[in-house]
Design a protein around this ligand. Structure first.
Ligand code: NOJ
Length: 505
């Protein structure tokens, strides 16, 4: 019988955390106010200190930037604003030298309307999705509207699930599938460790283009999805078994999300936005987390993210009292933690004055630059840039910046570092089973669970003190405020927003 708590059979992406870099806002090396690949290289030590296993780079490819890089005009190059291919090669090598893997964003559903495939009359008709009679499909951004736009020359309509500048590729055309597989091979051969797959569930649509109906979407998650994904996995495995496929899935239920990781040649992990979108309530988290774990087939693995570049930051969404227990939750759930840059500082959204709004979908606040130093000493670019930052720096940058928090033993950054170090050295936290206490067993604001044989976690979601009961042999390992003595009995009352990891004998 294999030991269920053994980490021996875990892959790299199951052992450690993955850190999302939004390249425009991570670090600017050339002073133009926009982050770039040399900036990422210069910031790698921060990631090594934090102790993550991998970085995921949001798109750095040539793009007209209508959707800030998710509208790609060349899948196999780097946009000049970010650097060039040699910079990306150097970044991959430097990350690997620090034992940090590199995951790229792969955007298979749509290109830019400036992509040569869309501009080429010989390809445009077959490689994209066209109709004479638009159906009821809608574009996804808040402004929404019909998902069909009239082509410039033919008078027919092409599909765009996002902006009109992002035409959907026709995955029912074998040449499209082959070309997108070749994009994967191009990067895998350059040493990339895997891909975050943008809106993956949208590459399978009803080829008859029938209207969406209540309870049945025809514009996504079609029955061709499973075989298409299996062929994508096949491409990854042409290289080795260590290349990662993590998919972005916005699907109606957690059962839908679980399907993609339960398929034998499905995703290794899926971003599950049902959890990100929950209200900050212990009982609601309990219900949603237990549901997801129950849906996973044996061997299937979860991914957890509480922030990304499309959502208001957790510190703003749920408030300051949620920051530390959220960090502990992320690091101690069974599954892989994903952090979004700035989350490790407890960063809030930056308010964006109307004349500085640049995103089509209201996502500038969470995309504000990462502050590296206090603005009072480093100047208005907060160490992110020596120039004028492309978006305003968050107002809390004076306290929430890398340099200040690195020197503070009780900062949010110190907490993330301690949590990730504990996870790295504790097989229970990597491989151990998870078992939640029933909600009626304790205070409804406290989420309590056991990991593996010896670890217990209690998280107070409330800003007020809450009681918690521990077994008599429990001893504190780590608390969110980094001020309790380890090896003593854990506290019978948790402070507002406090979490504790304890060990039993
Ligand atoms: C999901 C990405 O996370 C988002 O930023 C982007 O706008 C859409 N996909 C379209 O690519």
């Amino acid at each position: 019988m294999p030991d269920p708590n053994s980490t021996a059979s875990l892959r790299w992406w199951q052992r450690g955390a993955i850190y999302q870099i939004y390249p425009r806002s991570f670090r600017d090396a050339d002073g133009d106010g926009i982050g770039d690949l040399r900036g990422v290289l210069a910031g790698l030590d921060h990631l090594a200190d934090l102790g993550v296993a991998a970085l995921w780079l949001s798109p750095v490819y040539p793009s007209p930037m209508a959707d800030f890089g998710y509208d790609i005009s060349d899948y196999c190059d780097v946009a000049p604003v970010f650097g060039d291919l040699a910079d990306l090669d150097a970044l991959i090598a430097a990350a690997h030298a620090r034992d940090i893997r590199v995951v790229l964003d792969w955007v298979p559903n749509h290109t830019s309307d400036q992509h040569p495939w869309f501009r080429d009359p010989g390809r445009r008709d077959r490689w994209y999705v066209w109709t004479d009679r638009p159906n009821n499909w809608r574009a996804q951004f808040r402004r929404g509207g019909p998902a069909w736009a009239r082509g410039a020359t033919t008078g027919r309509f092409y599909l765009h699930s996002f902006l009109p500048q992002q035409p959907d590729l026709n995955w029912d055309e074998p040449a499209v599938e082959a070309a997108m597989h070749d994009v994967l091979r191009f990067w895998l051969a350059r040493g990339v460790d895997g891909f975050r797959m943008d809106v993956l569930y949208r590459i399978a649509k009803d080829p008859a283009l029938q209207d969406n109906e209540p309870g049945r979407a025809h514009d996504q998650d079609w029955e061709t999805m499973q075989e298409r994904l299996a062929r994508i996995r096949g491409v990854l495995e042409e290289f080795d078994e260590d290349r990662l496929a993590v998919g972005e899935l916005h699907l109606p239920t957690q059962a839908d999300v679980a399907r993609y990781v339960n398929w034998p040649a499905g995703l290794h992990m899926a971003h599950n936005f049902h959890v990100l979108e929950l209200p900050w309530s212990a009982s609601v988290f309990h219900a949603t987390l237990t549901e997801l774990y129950a849906l996973l087939a044996p061997g299937a693995w979860a991914a957890w993210c509480l922030n990304n570049h499309d959502y208001s930051r957790l510190a703003t969404r749920h408030g300051a009292h949620a920051v530390r227990p959220a960090a502990m939750l992320l690091a101690t759930l069974r599954g892989t933690p994903f952090l979004f840059q700035g989350e490790e500082l407890g960063l809030t959204d930056a308010p964006i004055p109307p004349d500085r709004v640049v995103d089509v979908d209201g996502r500038d606040p969470e995309r504000a630059p990462l502050p590296w130093q206090p603005p009072t000493t480093a100047g208005p670019g907060a160490g992110f840039t020596t120039g004028t930052p492309w978006l305003p720096i968050a107002p809390d940058a004076e306290a929430r910046n890398v340099a200040t928090q690195r020197d503070d033993p009780r900062s949010v950054l110190a907490l993330y570092r301690a949590l990730l170090a504990l996870r790295r050295e504790t097989p229970d936290l990597q491989a151990g089973a998870i078992a939640f206490a029933a909600p009626d067993e304790g205070d409804p604001d406290v989420l309590v669970y056991r990991r593996g044989r010896r670890h217990l976690v209690a998280l107070n979601f409330s800003p007020e003190p809450r009681p918690v009961s521990w077994p008599s042999d429990a001893r504190t390992v780590l608390c969110t405020h980094l001020d309790r003595d380890a090896a003593h009995a854990p506290p019978p009352v948790l402070r507002g927003g406090e979490g504790v990891i304890a060990r039993v004998s």
